[in-house]
Design a protein around this ligand. Structure first.
Ligand code: AMP
Ligand code: GLY
Length: 423
């Protein structure tokens, strides 16, 4: 089979690796990839936003299956375009992608289907959002409030404000940070407390199969300090959720979400990602994503023992209930290595040292996110998040220490990472 993966980050490197392990795969293309991906796939320079070009490429190169990494292509309707042309693709339709591309759409959907989530109000302008706050958000005038831009904002559109003053500031800043379109609506939410967990499932419209649960570390600094990022590291361990918690999330969230999508005419066929807050009154949905997470994918797919192509085919054929998906027993951890100044404008072009040493560690895989090659063929940094050093272990502490041992071999000028992933 010939495979096309759309995207260029660590998630896509992990996806390409999962496809490479399948005996049925003879060739992988990646649009547009990175220097690490190019060691196992042929990178083609088409952007994830160039939907028609992607479909042209898949058609002209007789690609048997395309897998969409990120939300941008999904929100632009890449799946609808491929299906119109009878090209095989895994991912949700443009309509289902609204669960991620519009926070107000997602919140209204959750209310329609009685899915547990934080209370909220939607404003239609900056002034409207301030009015809602001034009038006493849910009866309290100085409560912690979460301010969310409606549209896609690559993780930058959410501010957890401790009080009304911070919330007002966040509303004022939002447009500058994420642009006019993303703030045509603003969602104000009650602030929940608890432990966060990401639960991701394969879904075929009707049936689903859970992946091992994951915890992301979103802040740049140790002890969850500093700015929000795309994710600085992840752990995956069965103990992140108890059996009772998982059963409750399945009944109260996953099943009603899939049933709601069917009832509203956009069956959810692809990757369903729940960002959950485990509160005293049960798991509540913070957000839906309609794709694999980054760096969640790295710790999930490194544990996958089944053939990834077979899972993709079951999603397309609506036969997820007929296959069994095997996962390695144990745990996994991923430590993200980022450039100086990330998540602000990162410094790039630095030579990366020690990669060969690092990847020889037992049970370790290194996924490239923002790498390129210089004229002398050295790997150099070319983005904010550069590498995801990922390890498996019989338990979490083994996985974490293996990942950090490999991290110790890698360096470049300005490299930064968290020392407390999984702590
Ligand atoms: P989101 O993109 O909606 O997941 O929000 C990004 C991050 O903001 C989440 O991972 C949480 O840490 C935080 N967050 C979002 N919504 C809430 C909420 N209602 N209460 C507390 N924290 C939240
Ligand atoms: N790591 C969070 C995300 O992919 O949305």
């Amino acid at each position: 089979m010939k495979i096309l993966v759309i995207g260029s980050g660590g998630r896509e490197h992990a996806l390409c690796r999962a496809f490479q392990k399948s005996k049925r795969v003879t060739k992988i293309f990646c649009a547009d990839g990175n220097a690490g991906i190019s060691e196992i796939a042929e990178c083609v320079s088409i952007k994830p936003t160039e939907i028609e070009k992607l479909a042209d490429f898949a058609g002209a190169n007789a690609v048997d299956l395309t897998f969409v990494g990120g939300e941008t292509s999904l929100a632009l309707g890449v799946v609808d375009e491929f299906e119109k042309r009878n090209l095989k693709i895994v991912g949700v339709s443009r309509k289902a992608a609204q669960l991620e591309s519009s926070k107000s759409f997602a919140k209204d959907f959750m209310v329609r289907h009685s899915i547990p989530t934080a209370r909220y109000k939607t404003a239609f302008s900056t002034a409207g959002a301030k009015e809602i706050l001034e009038s006493g958000f849910f009866g309290e005038t100085d409560a912690a409030t979460v301010v969310k831009a409606d549209g896609l904002a690559a993780g930058k559109g959410v501010v957890v404000a401790k009080n009304r003053r911070e919330a007002l500031e966040a509303i004022d800043d939002l447009e500058t940070i994420v642009g006019k379109e993303a703030v045509e609506k603003i969602v104000l939410e009650e602030c929940l407390s608890g432990r966060e967990v990401s639960l991701i499932a394969f879904a075929d419209g009707e049936n689903f199969a859970l992946m091992p649960p994951v915890r992301d570390h979103k802040r740049i600094g140790d002890g969850d300090s500093g700015a929000n990022t795309g994710g600085m590291g992840t752990i995956s361990d069965r103990l992140l959720l108890t059996e009772e918690q998982t059963a409750e999330i399945i009944e109260e969230t996953i099943k009603p979400t899939l049933a709601g999508c069917r009832a509203e005419g956009f069956p959810f066929r692809g990757i369903l990602f729940l960002g959950l807050m485990m509160t005293d009154s049960g798991g509540k949905v913070l957000e839906y994503n309609v794709r694999f997470g980054d760096p969640e994918t790295q710790v999930i797919l490194i544990q996958l023992e089944s053939d990834f192509v077979e899972i993709c085919e079951a999603i397309r054929a609506q036969t997820l209930d007929k296959i069994s998906i095997e996962w390695r027993l144990g745990s996994a951890a991923c430590v993200v290595l980022a450039s100086r100044h990330y998540p602000n404008k990162p410094q790039t072009g630095d030579i990366i040292y020690g990669l060969d040493l690092a990847k020889n560690h037992e049970s370790v895989e290194i996924f490239h996110a923002g790498t390129a090659r210089d004229e002398r063929d050295h790997f150099i940094t070319s983005g904010g998040r550069i590498l995801g050093v990922t390890a498996v272990g019989d338990n979490l502490s083994e996985a974490i220490s293996r990942a950090y041992e490999a991290v110790n071999d890698v360096s470049w000028n300005g490299m930064q990472y968290r020392r407390d992933i999984g702590g």
